[in-house]
Design a protein around this ligand. Sequence first.
Ligand code: ZN
Length: 99
Amino acid sequence: MLSIEWEDGVVSRLPLAYLRGWCPCAACQGHGTVVEFHPAAPGVGLELMAEAGAYALHLRFTDGHDSGIYTWTWLRQIAPESPPEGYKQGRFASGRFEG
Ligand SMILES: [Zn+2]
């Protein structure tokens, strides 16, 4: 579980398998404008977490996948407190989630 406290005081808890499912990298998502949730193995963990500049987190998962750069903007968008509320699955297209 990754917990993030945002500047506005909201605290988001993001399960690791959920983060893995929303990996934004090109291998997971292709090069289109639609980003889709890809369910990950439930037991997937985190091997490494590093800041990528001031704008993102670089995550390496225990399944060896490490090409995702999770921007703070992206993490806030998939956070359960952001609309639509709850953990999101499905597609993210044109700036909006589609269930
Ligand atoms: Zn990926």
